[in-house]
Design a protein around this ligand. Structure first.
Ligand SMILES: Cc1cc2nc3c(=O)[nH]c(=O)nc-3n(C[C@H](O)[C@H](O)[C@H](O)COP(=O)(O)OP(=O)(O)OC[C@H]3O[C@@H](n4cnc5c(N)ncnc54)[C@H](O)[C@@H]3O)c2cc1C
Length: 495
């Protein structure tokens, strides 16, 4: 008998989503990620749970409708990680007709089947606060709803849930070879330690690496490539404006760039679209991309941005399923699931493309493709909260107040950060601490040893980057010396 029913290569949102879905159906699941969970594209997105207003221009109605419906499903499943966000779209008649924009937004509202999120309205920028930071050449705007998510934590919590349902989650474990017979025999390299496991079904969810995995790990004979790789970069600057809404800025090349309130004191700006080839592990924003993003902000905002204002920048590689269309930004953000089954040989399912927004649906579809190899089971993830998400979709403030009563030594900022990250599981992070000192060493910002230990124990954190850039964004606030102290603490054997 094989060690596992289903093995997944890739610990991004799609791999962890598939592992969670399958583990919840009672299968024996293993997931292998070569680096940290969410170290690939899934921590480098714009972090929007959205239908993608822009895809309406490409007539991708089905994709938009399905993605829009996921907004409220995911908001209810992870109200700590996902929040509704209003987007202000200043009207520039030279770029898009206001009438067409209004019609597009009506369609967006209508396709969205909203119960929670408010619909579109028109703003007079001379009166509304949203007009204040903008240059006075913009007079009117539309305002509509989507959601904003902590993409990397969404990945980690899918992995946590999968593990709690019995899955073996193995970060820092690269699948170097997969030999196919009536079962899959996977050769693994876990930071120098070799391991071999077997599985009945294999899922290649390696995202932008999927075709590299196909060629080098599965040794598949190359066929026409299905993936077009496309790089996107973001910049983070000190907060550009005071209110809590985001802006959608139309660029002269017909793309849109978002400016989003980020981590309380910052604004996240992105993204670019640049075709990419090579190793997705080596991807970084270029000076030209940073100038492009600053230039678009400067067209809209009174404040002027330059590369020197950028406090953090990151890039990721989209794996776009090549449906034979033209330029990268016109290629559908749809996903494709390709099942390779051969008589007498274990099946292989390859995931191409996909979005953070649609990962849960993708996981259901992926399971459907291989369901006939396993006992019957039902879809279950639409109504199941992710770890810590078992509270009302609008309950973060109430949870924060409860935390402040329970641990009165916390500041409001600290309590809100913890409830946003851990939801109801904040109890497991703070335990019975009666004063701040009970949480142990402080590393800077409001990061304490108790939180770091929780992340090491429950969420596979091993290095300061795992804690500061994926399981939180405290990297924006810590100095290099503080990061080094954190690394030293994490390297010590636990007492
Ligand atoms: C700039 C940008 C902005 C985006 N914005 C949004 C957005 O706002 N909303 C949205 O819904 N989507 C957005 N997306 C899309 C979304 O981020 C991706 O579709 C999604 O993250 C892909 O997840 P994945 O799991 O397929 O890939 P990944 O997250 O890349 O995961 C694949 C993993 O496989 C691992 N791997 C590779 N080879 C091996 C091996 N041999 N063994 C073990 N592990 C291996 C890699 O290390 C990697 O972690 C954006 C993408 C980009 C690039």
């Amino acid at each position: 008998m094989a060690d596992f029913d289903l093995a997944v290569i890739g610990g991004g949102i799609n791999g962890t989503g598939i592992a969670r879905d399958a583990a919840g159906r009672g299968l024996r699941v293993a997931l292998f990620e070569q680096n940290d969970l969410a170290s690939g594209t899934s921590s480098a997105s714009s972090k929007l749970i959205h239908g993608g207003l822009r895809y309406l221009e490409q007539y991708e109605f089905r994709l938009v409708r399905e993605a829009l419906a996921e907004r409220e499903v995911l908001l209810r499943a992870a109200p700590h990680l996902i929040r509704p966000l209003r987007f202000v779209l200043p009207i520039d008649p030279a770029l898009r007709s206001p009438v067409l924009l209004r019609l597009g937004l009506l369609l967006y509202d209508w396709l969205g089947r909203r119960k929670i999120l408010p619909g579109t309205r028109e703003l007079d920028l001379a009166i509304d606060e949203a007009g204040q930071p903008l240059r006075n050449i913009f007079h009117r705007a539309y305002e509509y709803s989507d959601c904003f998510a902590d993409d990397a934590r969404l990945v980690v919590l899918n992995a946590v849930d999968a593990a709690e349902r019995g899955a073996a989650i193995r970060p820092r474990t690269r699948c170097v070879r997969a030999e196919r017979s009536d079962v899959w025999r996977l050769i693994l390299n876990a930071r120098g330690r070799r391991d071999v496991v077997t599985a009945r079904v294999l899922v290649n969810a390696a995202g932008a690496w999927a075709e590299i995995v196909a060629a080098t790990v599965l040794r598949q004979v190359p066929v026409r490539p299905h993936l077009l790789l496309d790089k996107g970069s973001h910049i983070v600057v000190r907060r550009l404006y005071e209110h809590d809404r985001a802006y959608v800025l139309q660029a002269a090349d017909r793309r849109v760039v978002f400016a989003i309130p980020f981590e309380r004191d910052f604004t996240l700006i992105g993204t670019t679209d640049r075709s990419f080839s090579g190793d997705p592990s080596v991807v970084a924003p270029t000076a030209e991309e940073i100038d492009y993003l600053c230039g678009i902000v400067n067209k809209y905002f009174r404040a002027s941005l330059a590369a020197a204002d950028v406090v953090w920048a990151y890039a990721g590689v989209r794996a776009l399923y090549d449906d034979g269309a033209g330029k990268p930004q016109d290629i559908g953000r749809e996903y494709a699931l390709v099942l390779d089954k051969r008589f007498g040989e274990a099946p292989l399912l390859t995931v191409y493309g996909g979005k953070i927004t649609t990962y849960r649906r993708l996981a259901e579809d992926a399971f459907d493709r291989v369901a006939h190899f396993f006992p019957p089971s039902k879809r279950w993830t639409a109504q199941s909260p992710l770890p810590g998400g078992d509270f009302a979709y609008d309950g973060v403030e109430a949870l924060t107040e409860r935390a402040l009563r329970r641990w009165p030594f916390l500041t409001g900022v600290h309590a809100r950060r913890l409830t946003r990250a851990y939801g109801t599981r904040v109890e497991r992070v703070l335990g019975n601490a009666g004063r701040l000192d009970d949480l142990g060493q402080r590393f800077g910002a409001d990061l304490t040893a108790a939180e770091v230990r929780y992340l090491m124990r429950e969420e596979w954190a091993k290095t300061s980057a795992d804690v500061l850039w994926r399981r939180s964004k405290l990297g924006l606030r810590l100095t290099e010396a503080q990061c080094a102290a954190l690394d030293a603490f994490m390297a010590k054997p636990s007492e």
